[in-house]
Design a protein around this ligand. Structure first.
Ligand SMILES: *Cc1c(COP(=O)(O)O)cnc(C)c1O
Length: 367
C-alpha cells in the first residue's frame, strides 16, 4: 500500500487546473513580491478568521519573531510558553535575546497547562505564547484572564490550527497577536515557505507591516529595525485558491480522525482527546502508546509512515539547555515525548488505508 504522512501531490491533483492557472498568471505579471494577490489573500484570511488585520510574511517562524519584535521584546525579557512544541516557538524568543520560560502541559490536550502559568510569571515576563498543538485550541479563557490581570500580551502560535475554534471563535484573533504558518504540510499549505501575523490592534498591525520591510513605511526611510520577510506573490496566489477549500479539507481530516477513533475503540491505544470547547482541525492525529518505540519499529517494517512530534522537549534541546532545565523539570512534556505517535493524516486518506494503518498499529501493541 502506498501510504504518505501527508499527500501534497494527491491534493494538488484535485485542484491542478486552478493552481496552474494562478501560477502562470503571476509569472506573466512579472510581480513576485507582495502586490495584489498578497493584499487579496490577507483580506480573505482576515474575513475567514474574523480578525481586523493580517500581514503576510515569509514563514511561521518569522511571524513569531516579528510579532515579538512588534511588542518590543528583547534582551533580558522572559516569554512564557510550552516546552512541547516545534523549536520555532522558543527559538525566536531566544534569537531576540529573551528567555523562554516553560510551563508544563496538560497531558490530555498536550497544550500548555494554564493553571501553572501564574507561578511562572516574574518581573521580567513580557508575553505568553500558547501553542495550539496538533490543531486543537488551548483553553483560552483562563489564559486571557491571566493576560488581562497581569497585563501580559498573548501571542497565539497558530501554526498548526488555522480554522480551529475556541467556543465558536476562530483561533488567531483571540490573543493580542496570532501567528500562522503556511508551510506546505500545514493544514493550509503553500508550495514553499509562507506565514502571517494577525491582530485586531491597528497600531501593532502597522508596526508589523513596517518590520517585514526593513522597518520602513517609505522606501529607504527606516524608522525602526526590521527584517526582510515578505509573502511571495506566487505563494499568495496559490494560497488564495487553497483557502477556498480549507473548510472542506478540515472536514475530510475530521472524518479521517473519526474513522481512526472507531478503529482504535476498545483497544489500549489512547486516541486524541477533543476538548468540548474547541473545534479540533487535526493537523496531526496523535495517539499515545506505552510501548511507542516498539510500535514505531513495527510500523517501519510494515512501511507505514509515522512521526514523533516532538521527541525532545525544548528545555532539553542542546541549543537552549540551561543549568536550571534538567530532566524531570517538565515531567508531563517529557512523558508525552516518549509516548506520542502521529499517524498519516491528510485530506486524501482513504478508509482502506486507515484500516491497514490501524491494523498494523494494533498488531504491534499486542506483541
Ligand atoms: C510549523 C510551526 C512553526 C513554524 O512555521 P514555519 O512556517 O515552518 O516557519 C511554528 N510553530 C509551530 C507550533 C509549528 O508547528
Amino acid at each position: 500500500m502506498n501510504l504518505h504522512m501527508v499527500d501534497l501531490v494527491g491534493q494538488y491533483k484535485t485542484i491542478k487546473p486552478e493552481i496552474d492557472e494562478a501560477i502562470h498568471r503571476v509569472l506573466d505579471s512579472g510581480h513576485f513580491i507582495l502586490g495584489k494577490d498578497v493584499k487579496d489573500f490577507e483580506a480573505e484570511v482576515a474575513s475567514y478568521l474574523g480578525v481586523a488585520h493580517t500581514v503576510g510574511c515569509a514563514s511561521g517562524t518569522d511571524a513569531l519573531q516579528i510579532a515579538m519584535m512588534a511588542l518590543g521584546i528583547g534582551a533580558g525579557d522572559e516569554v512564557i510558553t510550552t516546552p512541547f512544541t516545534f523549536v520555532a516557538t522558543a527559538e525566536t524568543i531566544a534569537l531576540l535575546g529573551a528567555k523562554p520560560v516553560y510551563v508544563d502541559i496538560d497531558p490530555k490536550t498536550f497544550n500548555i497547562d494554564h493553571s501553572q502559568i501564574v507561578k511562572a510569571i516574574t518581573k521580567k515576563t513580557r508575553a505568553i505564547i500558547p501553542v495550539h498543538l496538533y490543531g486543537q485550541s488551548c483553553d483560552m479563557d483562563p489564559i486571557m484572564e491571566i493576560s488581562r490581570k497581569h497585563n501580559l500580551p498573548v501571542i497565539e502560535d497558530n501554526a498548526q490550527a488555522i480554522g480551529a475554534e475556541y467556543n465558536g471563535r476562530k483561533l488567531g484573533g483571540i490573543g493580542m497577536l496570532g501567528c500562522i504558518s503556511y508551510f506546505p504540510s500545514k493544514n493550509l499549505g503553500a508550495y514553499g515557505d509562507a506565514g502571517m501575523v494577525v491582530t485586531n490592534d491597528s497600531a501593532l498591525a502597522e508596526k508589523v507591516r513596517m518590520i517585514i520591510v526593513h522597518g520602513s513605511k517609505v522606501k529607504y526611510k527606516h524608522e525602526i529595525l526590521g527584517v526582510n520577510s515578505r509573502l511571495d506573490t506566487l505563494q499568495a496566489a496559490i494560497l488564495r485558491i487553497k483557502l477556498k477549500y480549507l473548510d472542506r479539507w478540515i472536514h475530510a481530516r475530521k472524518e479521517a480522525a473519526a474513522r481512526y477513533n472507531k478503529l482504535f475503540a476498545g483497544t489500549n491505544v489512547i486516541t486524541p482527546f477533543e476538548a468540548s470547547y474547541g473545534r479540533h482541525v487535526f493537523h496531526q492525529y496523535t495517539i499515545r502508546l506505552k510501548n511507542r518505540n516498539a510500535v514505531e519499529k513495527h510500523l517501519a517494517e510494515k512501511k507505514v509512515p509515522h512521526a514523533v512530534y516532538y521527541p525532545i522537549p525544548l528545555h532539553l534541546q542542546q541549543a537552549f539547555r540551561t543549568s536550571e532545565a534538567v530532566e524531570g523539570s517538565f515531567p508531563l512534556a517529557e512523558q508525552a515525548a516518549q509516548e506520542v505517535l502521529s499517524l498519516p493524516m491528510h485530506t486524501e486518506l482513504t478508509e482502506e488505508q486507515q484500516s491497514y494503518i490501524a491494523a498494523c498499529v494494533l498488531e504491534a501493541t499486542r506483541r
